[in-house]
Ligand binder design. Structure first.
Ligand code: DAH
Length: 355
């Protein structure tokens, strides 16, 4: 048989064995047998060298035709086998493609996070940055550096959660006294931590969780969320504080809101004030939410006390500043007219889904 005849026979044989292959494995075996390195086509072409040069092109062309025909047949057969395998799998399986898909419920931000982010956004717009501090805090940062007297009532064990580490051996322990470690009762210690390691001018916000030994009731939680603000710069005045907080209140409650600054006392600011906003429910005429007063207290603030600057080594003659602290849970309750702030932490989906 001439090489051309052998090639023609290989083509016919090959197409037949491809058509007969009834699995992916059988098809692959046929491919290797026909076109593989040690396969039949290679075997035939080995005879090419013995041919006179003028006969070689015709044999080469015939070989290419046969290869292409076999390759096309392999591709077609592979597609047919794959389709058959899928059909078989679908027929055998229990998959019901007419069932509706599984819905993924879309989550939403918690009200507290939403208000926190909103306030952060308002202040980032006027150049503030966010600072953080630990929730397990030292007495020094939570009280002493913030100018609290040793006998200040907030320091009592009935107001503050102290962290007592009973695993430490009192003989060898060199860290802080257990009674010096507590759950921070406010975000104000972040003021001290920031001033300790940042040179003024300082414009920061510090949102975070705080802890107090309160029994949960409609207006109290033992863990709640505050937002601290601190500004330290040259020639900061009470007018700057007022302007900043008026701006904040209008951004949160709308441009119709009125604010009222009432003198108050905080150990770490002098003078200090509490800020009320006009009641959003009755517009200021008096209702149940504002207990008939038309006003609702939302934050404490004041000018940074010189003793606080001294505690962090800043010269009170050179630097001045203001600070404020507000309760985010309280603002959430006001804004969304919640009768009980415990709803914010109970995780009841019927409540949370409404927002
Ligand atoms: N830390 C105070 C509290 O939890 C709130 C507060 C009042 C923060 C006055 C301040 C401030 O920064 O200046 O009751």
């Amino acid at each position: 048989m001439s090489l051309i005849e052998q090639l023609t026979a290989l083509g016919a044989d090959g197409l037949a064995s491809i058509a007969a292959a009834d699995s992916a494995a059988a098809l692959d075996a046929a491919r290797v047998d026909l076109l593989g390195k040690k396969g039949r086509l290679t075997g035939i072409l080995r005879g090419l060298g013995a041919l006179p040069a003028d006969e070689r092109p015709a044999v080469g062309a015939a070989a290419n035709r046969v290869r292409t025909a076999i390759e096309d047949a392999l591709t077609t057969r592979k597609a047919a086998l794959d389709a058959a395998a899928l059909d078989a799998q679908l027929a055998a399986g229990t998959l019901d493609i007419t069932l509706p898909g599984r819905a993924r419920p879309i989550g939403a931000q918690h009200l507290i996070s939403r208000i926190r982010d909103e306030i952060v956004e308002v202040f980032c717009g006027i150049g503030y940055t966010v600072a953080e501090g630990p929730e397990v805090e030292l007495d020094f940062y939570n009280f002493t550096a913030l100018n609290h007297e040793p006998q200040h009532p907030a320091r009592s064990a009935s107001d503050t959660f102290y962290v007592v580490d009973r695993s430490t051996d009192a003989e060898t322990w060199t860290g802080p006294e257990p009674s010096d470690v507590l759950m921070r009762t406010h975000t104000s210690p972040v003021q001290i931590r920031t001033m300790e390691h940042t040179k003024p001018p300082i414009y920061i916000l510090a949102p975070g969780k705080v802890y107090r030994r309160d029994v949960p009731d409609p207006t109290h939680l033992p863990q709640f969320t505050q937002m601290e603000g601190l500004v330290v710069d040259r020639d900061v005045t009470f007018a700057d504080l007022r302007g900043t907080l008026d701006y904040l209140c209008r951004e949160i409650f709308g441009s119709q809101v009125r604010t009222r600054f009432r003198p108050h006392f905080f150990p770490f600011t002098e003078p200090s004030a509490e800020v009320d906003v006009s009641c959003n429910v009755c517009g200021g005429t008096g209702c149940r939410t504002c207990k008939g007063t038309g006003w609702i207290e939302i934050l404490g603030c004041g000018m940074v006390d010189p003793n606080v600057f001294a505690a962090v080594g800043l010269d009170p003659e050179e630097w001045s500043g203001f600070a404020f602290g507000l309760g985010i849970d309280r603002i959430a309750a006001l804004r969304y007219d919640l009768p009980d702030i415990r709803m914010l932490v109970e995780g009841d989906m019927r409540f949370l889904r409404q927002f």
